[in-house]
Design a protein. Structure first.
Lengths: 340, 507
């Protein structure tokens, strides 16, 4: 009860931002909230937001944990491309679906292991360590696809990208179930405490007996796993592996989702649920701009402006200023104490 | 004496306060022309604060500062430099990737038509360094030379820029004996030229080797300024460690050295380059104190015992069985605990709550899959907040908002929650107000009575004498003496520190 209340308070700014953006879209595009069922499947712009937002939502799950350890993972977009390529190549070879999935997910975990090794064992700064795979990853993906766009038509693999279950598109189900599962796992075990502790003070955490290298490695492997799932979805959706464009720039959207979700890039306290809401905010902005019929040239600028506004509203300075206005007398007391 | 025409820099009644602490309390300091003046004191004594007030890095709150009899108030280090006060810091703050000549003339390169005249600059840099007896290729990158040469370049730059007062902040910390000799030769040369030189170091030999006068600070106050030749080493150590040292006598404890069998035995334990091999035996219910000046290997000893650094010689045994202490985690598995000297960087997890900080070590030992429930954590935190009297408005308050003493108690609670058998406390009372100070000492005695084995490192000698059943004295990264029973007095500790220092000087 108490913790539910705390979670609610933590997520309030993100939900307000999401609601405002949905309202804004609804004003320029009144049909936004309308849903229809065809062939036992839900259709509508809202479902579209949930569906299109799947890759970033999945990446944001892993990114949140990595950022909580005071790290960052720039390689997730490239890892998506590698895993997509591995899945497509496997499918083209005629492997059974299970093997294809195992190969793709195993590749993601391996990429995460590499990043984690660089960061936790060799002590390389995360931004540089993951930059290696960000740059090299697309090359690796091209080697796997041999420079071509590998197309496949295994209905099982395609189902992951465009199938539906219980009237909802598969990608929505995957990110939702996976995101909640990871959030629950982290909160119900001591992982959240240990991860936050590492992010705030790595040396003191090690001195307290925390297995810092193992946990760091696990965080980057989770990020790799998330990238593998996102890569599978993107690849399955277009029924082919595009080494050059799959997941391009999505690492930046994932970082943005985490930041919009209110997790500090300095590490420490984190919330996976908030990052998922952040991912939906970003996707709602993307979809909204398309629906509103603005000339596409403006899209990126409008998106940037909206993000800046969201971040400014969340900034600690603004928060302090707001309390100054809402509780003026209290604020004055504090200021007086400081000058004394 | 304050107004003697021979004085080049005079600071009088300098006061500097930081939020919650008085760093300098009415400190007087005078520097004569052509003298080397050593500024001494333990960590936190106020040496660097005084230096920073003189070089403009800090603005003093009150007090006067006069250079050549003229009142000055440097706004920043650049201002001080222009006035004639140059500083060389322990870590050379020059640019390693630029050439030696560029470093010396950085920001004031000789120019013609706005273009730098590299040849002219190199010629002048060579000439300048020749005066110091250093003949090197000034066009090479600074980082291609040894730290000693870099120090000399830094000194050359500072003297060339300023030329009246030179402040050397631990210039010899990372130099070998030969390099120190070269540096001293240069410093003596500058002294001949009439510069006033302030010299900060932790090496007492070097103080006696080089300095003409000594000023000692302690806890932000001036202890005294003396002529080096008339100040015996022993008295200097007493000045540094506490001028009101009472000859505290040891009251016999029932947990004396003959109490139980040895539980923790480290034999020939050491690590090359960190601390020379030492023997240490700790019985159940015994406090072993470790005394020594800063840099004598106190913290290195603690880090070795707790597995932060791996020993490369010797063995560790617990109750006669060889123990693996290769990492903090391995040490914790053997029921060790360690309260570090630097609470902020090594101890607290600042943004986590007091509750989480207390539960952390126990949780880490249990592993991630077996979380302590919220209720268990709350019970644990409440128990220790009460038992150790940790003053906090709320157990959910981030620990960084607590005072130093309460942070220290919370870290102690973190280890007590793991039910340890061997606790290492590194400077448990540093930076703690007087009230909390007494409480921590009482806690140490309680823990000892409960049968824990403790190793306590402290520069507060009275404190060590009060609770230790044995005291090891360290000097120059080696264990040099052990005091037992009735031998444990502050006098004997000071003697042991100073005596070994004399021996070394003679050798």
């Amino acid at each position: 009860m108490d913790s539910a209340k705390r979670l609610g308070r933590r997520l309030l700014p993100q939900f307000i931002a999401l609601a405002l953006i949905l309202m804004l879209i609804w004003m320029v595009f009144p049909a936004f909230f309308s849903l229809a069922i065809q062939n036992g499947r839900l259709y509508g712009s809202l479902i579209d937001v949930l569906n299109r937002g799947a890759p970033v939502a999945l990446l944001a799950v892993g990114m949140t944990v990595v950022i909580a350890t005071k790290g960052i993972d720039l390689s997730v977009g490239a890892v998506m491309a590698i895993c997509g390529a591995v899945a497509a190549a496997s499918s083209v070879r005629g492997d059974p679906l299970v093997l294809t999935l195992v190969l793709a997910i195993g590749t993601g975990l391996l990429c995460g292991l590499w990043n984690g090794f660089l960061v936790s064992v060799l002590n390389i700064q995360p931004i540089i360590a993951t930059l290696v795979l960000m740059v090299a990853g697309r090359g690796i993906a091209q080697l796997v696809t041999e420079g071509a766009i590998l197309t496949f038509n295994d209905p099982g693999l395609i189902f992951i990208g465009s199938g539906a279950f219980a009237a909802l598109p598969m990608p929505v189900i995957i990110w939702f179930v996976f995101g909640i599962a990871v959030a629950v796992l982290v909160r119900r075990t001591a992982l959240s405490l240990l991860i936050e502790s590492i992010g705030i003070n790595r040396r003191a955490s090690t001195l307290s007996g925390i297995r810092t290298p193992v946990l760091l490695m696990a965080a980057y492997m989770l990020s790799g796993l998330c990238a593998a799932l996102a890569g599978l979805i993107v690849t399955a959706d277009i029924r082919g592996a595009d080494a050059n464009n799959a997941g391009l720039w999505l690492e930046l959207d994932a970082i943005l989702a985490v930041v919009v979700g209110g997790t500090s890039l300095l590490g420490g306290r984190f919330s996976i649920i908030a990052s998922l809401v952040g991912a939906m905010i970003i996707q709602a902005v993307n979809t909204g701009i398309l629906l509103s019929g603005f000339p596409p040239e403006f899209n990126l600028i409008i998106k940037a402006a909206i993000i800046v506004i969201i971040l400014v509203i969340q900034s600690p300075k603004i928060e302090t200023a707001m309390t100054f206005f809402t509780a003026r007398t209290k604020g004055v007391d504090k200021a007086e104490q400081q000058t004394r | 004496m304050q107004n003697s025409p021979n004085n080049i820099l005079v600071a009088s009644g300098v006061v500097k306060t930081f939020p919650g602490a008085i760093a300098l309390n009415a400190v007087d300091f005078s520097l004569r022309r052509g003298e080397v003046h050593a500024l001494l004191g333990e960590n936190g004594a106020g040496k660097s604060t005084l230096i920073k007030c003189m070089t403009g890095a800090y603005r003093k709150d009150s007090g006067g500062l006069a250079l050549d009899g003229v009142e000055i108030d440097p706004r920043d280090t650049l201002d001080a430099q222009k006035l004639g006060i140059g500083t060389v810091y322990q870590e050379v703050n020059l640019l390693g990737n630029l050439s030696v000549a560029e470093n010396i003339f950085l920001g004031r390169q000789p120019r013609r038509f706005g273009l730098i005249q590299t040849a002219e600059m190199n010629r002048r840099a060579s000439a300048l360094l020749d005066q110091y007896g250093i003949h090197i290729n000034v066009a090479s990158a600074l980082e291609s030379y040894s730290v000693a040469i870099q120090q000399v370049v830094a000194i050359a730059r500072a003297v060339d820029l300023s030329g009246k007062v030179l402040i050397l902040d631990e210039p010899t910390a990372s130099l070998d004996a030969q390099e120190v000799e070269m540096l001293f030769r240069i410093v003596r040369g500058l002294k001949e030229k009439g510069l006033g030189i302030v010299f900060i170091t932790h090496f007492l030999e070097q103080v006696y080797d080089l300095s003409d006068r000594i000023t000692v600070l302690r806890n932000g106050r001036l202890v005294g300024t003396r002529d080096t030749v008339s100040l015996p080493r022993r008295e200097l150590v007493t000045m540094m460690l506490g001028h009101e040292l009472l000859a505290v006598e040891k009251e016999p404890r029932q947990t004396g050295s003959e109490a139980g069998p040895v539980r923790f035995r480290f034999s020939n334990y050491g690590k090359a380059g960190s601390i020379k091999p030492f023997d240490l035996e700790v019985r159940k219910g015994e406090v072993v104190g470790i005394a020594g000046l800063l840099g004598s290997g106190r913290t290195e000893t603690a880090e070795l015992l707790f597995g932060i650094e791996k020993a490369d010689s010797g063995t560790a045994e617990i109750a006669g069985v060889p123990a693996n202490l290769s990492s903090p985690r391995a040490a914790i598995a053997n029921r060790f605990g360690f309260c570090p000297e630097d609470r902020k960087t090594d101890g607290i997890i600042g943004d986590l709550s007091v509750r989480e900080n207390i539960a952390l070590a126990l949780q880490a030992r249990q592993g991630w899959a077996r979380p302590l429930s919220q209720a268990e954590q709350v019970a644990l935190a409440d128990h220790y907040i009460k038992a150790l009297d940790i003053r906090t408005s709320d157990r959910e308050k981030p620990i960084r908002l607590l005072s130093g003493g309460n942070q220290q108690k919370a870290i102690l609670a973190r280890w007590l929650a793991t039910n340890p058998e061997f606790l290492i406390l590194d400077e448990p009372t540093r930076g703690i107000d007087v009230g909390a100070h007494a409480e921590i000492i009482r806690l140490i005695e309680d823990l000892c009575a409960k049968g824990l084995s403790l190793v306590v490192i402290s520069s507060e000698l009275e404190e060590l004498v009060a609770y230790s059943s044995r005291i090891l004295v360290l000097r120059d990264r080696a264990h040099v003496a052990e005091l037992n029973g009735a031998e444990i007095t502050t006098d004997n500790i000071v003697n042991a520190i100073a005596a070994s220092s004399v021996n070394k000087g003679a050798a």
